[in-house]
Design a protein around this ligand. Sequence first.
Ligand code: DGL
Length: 257
Amino acid sequence: MTIGLFDSGVGGTTIWREVVRQLPYESTLFLADSLNAPYGEKSTEEIIALCEKNTEYLLDHNSKLIIVACNTATTNAITHLRAKYKVPFIGIEPAIKPAGLYSQTKTIGVLATQSTLRSAFFANTCQHLLDKGVRVLKREGIGLVPLIEEGKIDTPEMFALLEQYLRPMIAEGMDYLVLGCTHYPYLTSLISEILPENIRILDSAEAVAKQTKRILSQNNLLAKGEVSPTHLWLTNKQVEILKSFAPPQVKVQYEKF
Ligand code: DGL
């Protein structure tokens, strides 16, 4: 049996990397639903329908646990998925809690998609921080995911968008920037060029992989290392783009799902 993961596109591979690093005996099946990217501009109902489609594909292909490797899908659909399907789900949400805890200026910034920032799930976590006196500066990363999906990462267009989104948050005194979308870790080096040195960048990949390990172990589902693991990434759009993100041990294929 395998660990199933899905995202609206290539972003989920940032989570996949950390999962495979922490769980080297596990086989994985990752779905990049790039045909339907970006999820961040869709309604909750549309996101739920796409998550059901991805979940059912992963369940039909032997998944023992599913990682929703997408903040937008998690914040809009994970409660629904957990109620509908029996398999354990691991979700990912913007790491604003730890950022709020570590922040010296009590001002943190979060860059995420529209649907994540507008979800009740996110509003709830935000409220906890506000109650503790932490200011959360929110910014929608409009246009970033489509560019990453086209492989246009290190481009003047991307840099200009990032500057536009980050400058106001820098001016307001944030000392932590939370990357609230699994696509954004691919922008870390560009973002570092814009941020002053005192601002730290946080994402959730490490915490998600740790939680995956904990849940597999609690359910007695950890692979024992008796067979060598296999890794398959499927995309329903351009296979060459997904391939450009893949390490050598991964097989990448086109599939209609
Ligand atoms: N990678 C996604 C996330 O973490 C979704 C991006 C999108 O499709 O808008 O939110």
